[in-house]
Design a protein around this ligand. Structure first.
Ligand SMILES: NC(=O)c1ccc[n+]([C@@H]2O[C@H](COP(=O)([O-])OP(=O)(O)OC[C@H]3O[C@@H](n4cnc5c(N)ncnc54)[C@H](OP(=O)(O)O)[C@@H]3O)[C@@H](O)[C@H]2O)c1
Length: 262
């Protein structure tokens, strides 16, 4: 049986992607750490759309979890036709040695787990000559992010990695798309402690359902790089047309400035 595997499906953009895909008739494998939220979502989606929803509780930043997830799908003969690497988080504030563990964990989730999952599932897809991958990046990928240095760099990795993969996969029947949202109404801002970021909502606050709908459509069309919302597209375009790296850094620094620090 064919499935769409969505990481970080218990809330925010991942949850909305699960709803969009179930409504389109896709069977789902939903992955996150909070079992109760996954159970609720499974019950709702199965009842409403008649699709098969499997849940897997996993901390994808933990060693061996990605491999175990891939094995679990194989053992159950669940064919992952769509892989959505959405789980991720940020941490706001100056780069600080006291946060080494947070950085390790964040990079493990945002970068390493995403890369491993892609590697394991893309192989199966290439053999079948069909499949779609969508990796969730961020508009933070388009410039260095003072006060968000590690997160922004992790999302630059996601964007460049996915774009290169898209190119390599041409002609194989498999596609890779990077979805780069701007600030979106989810649990992200509070987990990242970003409430004090001075001009955070410059691109306008988007709702997760709109982002998910566009992401789904773009993934199905095999698009390369998608930025939801015209204000966010303008910000990203602006980043690419700055006269110098210094100018880009200053603007990014002003946008991400901590308003609680005088
Ligand atoms: N919201 C924004 O403003 C924004 C902007 C640009 C990009 N993004 C990106 O969008 C993606 C989704 O975030 P969101 O905004 O929807 O935030 P969210 O509501 O906090 O959702 C994050 C999801 O990731 C899961 N997750 C977190 N750590 C995990 C771990 N170690 N193992 C497995 N799952 C884990 C969470 O589930 P559990 O807690 O149940 O594990 C949750 O389902 C992220 O990659 C984020 O960087 C968000």
């Amino acid at each position: 049986m064919q499935y769409a595997l969505i990481t970080g499906a218990s809330s925010g953009i991942g949850l909305e992607l699960a709803k969009v895909m179930a409504a389109k008739g896709h069977n789902l494998i939903l992955v996150a750490r909070r079992l109760n939220l996954l159970q609720e979502l499974k019950a709702t989606l199965e009842k409403k759309y008649g699709v098969s929803v499997q849940i897997r509780v996993a901390d994808l930043s933990a060693f061996g979890e990605v491999q175990a997830l891939h094995e679990f799908c194989k053992q159950n003969e669940w064919q992952v036709e769509y892989l959505i690497n959405n789980a991720g988080y940020g941490d706001y504030g100056k780069f600080d040695a006291d946060k080494i563990q947070i950085y390790q964990n964040m990079l493990q989730l945002n970068v390493v787990a995403l890369t491993e999952l892609t590697a394991l599932f893309v192989n199966d897809m290439k053999q079948r000559r069909s499949g779609r991958i969508m990796n969730v990046g961020s508009i933070a990928a388009f410039q260095p992010g003072p006060n968000l240095a590690v997160y922004a760099a992790s999302k630059a990795y996601v964007m460049h990695f996915t774009e290169a993969l898209n190119y390599e996969l041409r002609g194989t029947g498999v596609t890779a798309t990077v979805l780069n949202p701007g600030v979106t109404e989810t649990g992200f801002v509070s987990r990242a402690n970003m409430e004090n970021a001075a001009n955070l909502k410059n691109g306008g606050l988007m709702d997760a359902a709109t982002v998910a709908k566009l992401g789904y459509k773009s993934m199905m069309a095999g698009k390369l790089n998608v930025i939801p919302g015209w204000k966010n597209r303008l910000l990203a375009l602006g980043s690419m047309t700055m006269p110098s790296r210094e100018a880009l850094l200053r603007i990014s620094g002003a946008i991400l400035k901590d308003s609680s620090v005088r």
